[in-house]
Design a binder for this molecule. Structure first.
Ligand SMILES: [Zn+2]
Ligand SMILES: [Zn+2]
Length: 153
């Protein structure tokens, strides 16, 4: 895809915020929004470098921080210390199941869970600004592989 096709991504999403829509910011945002799911800095940088090798690692890092501040990206810090980013566009609040074997991240939404959390907060006169629900374990694929390899033995 030619960068010129979607030229004003950054500009239109940050209008009125007084931020400069540099060519690099536009480029990084376009690549980031086209990437699916959860990526760490190195993975996003690799994608950017493929398109424009002149954009440096630090620039990508700073720009992702900026996207996070602007609400264009959600930063996820997983329990193993890994930090990943995901585009927020067109997505509502969701939580994550993380497979400790293959690293797969499954997104889920559960109304009952949200209601439960609000109930708990109410009980303690607590106001929730945001929350993180991360369930760590083994995904269906990894579990069935386990079973199969056990059978072979
Ligand atoms: Zn897995
Ligand atoms: Zn997610």
């Amino acid at each position: 895809m030619k960068p010129s096709l979607k030229k004003n991504l950054f500009k239109t999403r940050t209008s009125g915020k007084g931020l400069k829509a540099t060519k690099q910011r536009e480029e990084i945002l376009r690549i980031f929004l086209n990437s699916s799911g959860h990526k760490n800095l190195g993975q996003i940088y690799a994608q950017v470098a493929k398109v424009d090798p002149k954009i440096g690692y630090t620039t990508v890092y700073r720009t992702l921080k900026l996207f996070t501040r602007l609400g264009l990206a959600a930063q996820r810090k997983w329990a193993d210390g890994e930090t990943q980013y995901e585009p927020t566009e067109g997505k509502s609040h969701h939580d994550h199941l993380i497979c400790l074997e293959c690293g797969r991240i499954i997104e889920f939404e559960d109304e009952a869970l949200e209601t439960l959390q609000n109930g708990i907060a109410q009980r303690y006169h607590f106001k929730i600004f945001h929350h993180r629900m991360e369930l760590y374990g083994r995904c269906a694929d990894c579990r069935s592989e386990k079973r199969m390899s056990k059978k072979k033995r």
